[in-house]
Ligand binder design. Structure first.
Ligand code: VNL
Length: 394
């Protein structure tokens, strides 16, 4: 008891941050990680993927870090910003979580940022991917990606591979607008022309009227960004409209050829060239191990959301270990900045200045892979190394 009081007395002092004590498990409070995810609604697959990855991380790495018992609190916001904000508030005030994490869509991350700032709680974004998210609070760290990061690579590829005219087709909100803008500027640099820019509403995935516009404009290619979970519906309507036989090439970010849905899309997806930071077919030993363990535990394939959730847990565990179990918002944040590790996606860095992730971006093509059960995969064939978010380096 005496020892516990002493620890509490020290916890607020600067001395502890400088030379943290090792906390004994029997004495320590649990370390609470509050995940807020869309487990229901339009983006439920994102919640399902991240939850599965978080649980895999804990099964593989244990539930005690530097003497602190890890307590996972996971709540469903159904993809609605008001709900995310309310849950975040409750987690901070009532549960007294040490870290907030998750955030399946950009508006949900924006809604929570002020709470992270006010309460000095590190907020690990494991999904949402609009560039500006990390600028909404100095307590935000991101393990997913940004749309500018992945859109530039496919624009460059298109410009160098005979595609002269493009219509862009994006979901009408933050990440879509990022994708549209950064695709366009890079494609222009590579000598191409954007002859149409289409934005389709996030909440009503009826793509037919927009696909008709693409057909009418007859570009060499259509560049598509839609959030994870909408790719299969898009591909179905793409084929129903006969666009797969129109001679208009489909290029995309890997959100569209998402591993969660790709195999169910069927042959219409074959040959789509796209860019992204993760493929379940990434041929590293670390990824093969990750995919095998994930599939054994879940009976479905991990996608890029799962990997960002898994890496988010790694970043949190490593930060807690670096504070020797002491935790504390500012100390955890400091320990998250600058982390370097090998993710299942490849080597990554949490940039200490921007708190955003620096990672390799791959150009991939959808293929049927005989060596992997004859299923559809994004097969990587080119890579751009250590890509920073281009929206932040200019
Ligand atoms: C976002 C970006 C969401 C990319 C996504 O899937 C995605 C976002 C739900 O920032 O809202 O694939």
């Amino acid at each position: 008891m005496k020892r516990r009081l002493a620890l509490h007395a020290l916890a607020g002092s600067a001395a502890l941050a400088a030379a943290p004590l090792v906390v004994r498990a029997a004495d320590a409070k649990p370390f609470k990680i509050g995940f807020i995810l869309p487990m229901t609604g339009q983006s439920a697959s994102t919640g399902k993927q991240i939850e599965a990855a978080v649980k895999l991380w804990m099964a593989q790495n244990g539930t005690t870090v530097a003497g602190r018992k890890i307590e996972l609190i996971l709540k469903d916001d159904a993809g609605t910003a008001d709900t995310t904000r309310r849950i975040a508030q409750e987690m901070v005030v009532n549960d007294k979580v040490d870290v907030l994490a998750g955030f399946g869509l950009t508006p949900l991350a924006f809604a929570t940022a002020p709470i992270a700032t006010q309460s000095k709680t590190p907020m690990v974004v494991t999904a949402a991917a609009t560039s500006a998210i990390t600028e909404q609070s100095p307590y935000i760290v991101r393990t997913s990606f940004t749309l500018p990061q992945v859109s530039v690579s496919i624009a460059e590829w298109a410009g160098k591979h005979g595609i002269k005219s493009v219509v862009t087709f994006v979901a009408d909100y933050g990440p879509g607008i990022d994708a549209e803008k950064f695709f366009k500027s890079q494609f222009l640099l590579n000598g191409g022309k954007v002859i149409g820019e289409i934005r389709s509403p996030l909440r009503s995935p009826d793509f037919a009227p927009f696909l008709q516009k693409v057909a009418d404009q007859k570009p060499d290619a259509v560049f598509v960004f839609l959030p994870s979970g909408q790719g299969a519906a898009f591909m179905k309507q793409f084929a129903e409209r006969g666009l797969d036989k129109s001679g208009i090439k489909l290029i995309a970010t890997g959100d569209v050829t998402d591993d969660d849905q790709l195999n169910d899309m069927g042959d219409v997806a074959l040959g789509i060239v796209n860019s992204h930071h993760y493929s379940a077919a990434h041929p590293s030993a670390a990824n093969k191990k990750f995919v095998a363990a994930f599939e054994a535990a879940n009976k479905f394939r991990p996608n890029f959301m799962a990997v960002a959730g898994y890496d988010g847990m790694r970043v949190i565990y490593a930060a807690l270990a670096a504070t020797k179990g002491a935790g504390g918002g500012d100390a955890l944040l400091a320990a998250m900045k600058g982390q370097v590790f090998e993710s299942p996606r490849g080597p990554v860095l949490i940039d200490a200045q921007t708190r955003d992730i620096v990672q390799d971006v791959y150009i991939r093509k959808v293929e049927r892979v005989p060596a992997m059960g004859n299923q559809l995969y994004n097969v990587e064939f080119d890579v751009q190394k250590q890509v920073k978010d281009p929206a932040k380096t200019k």
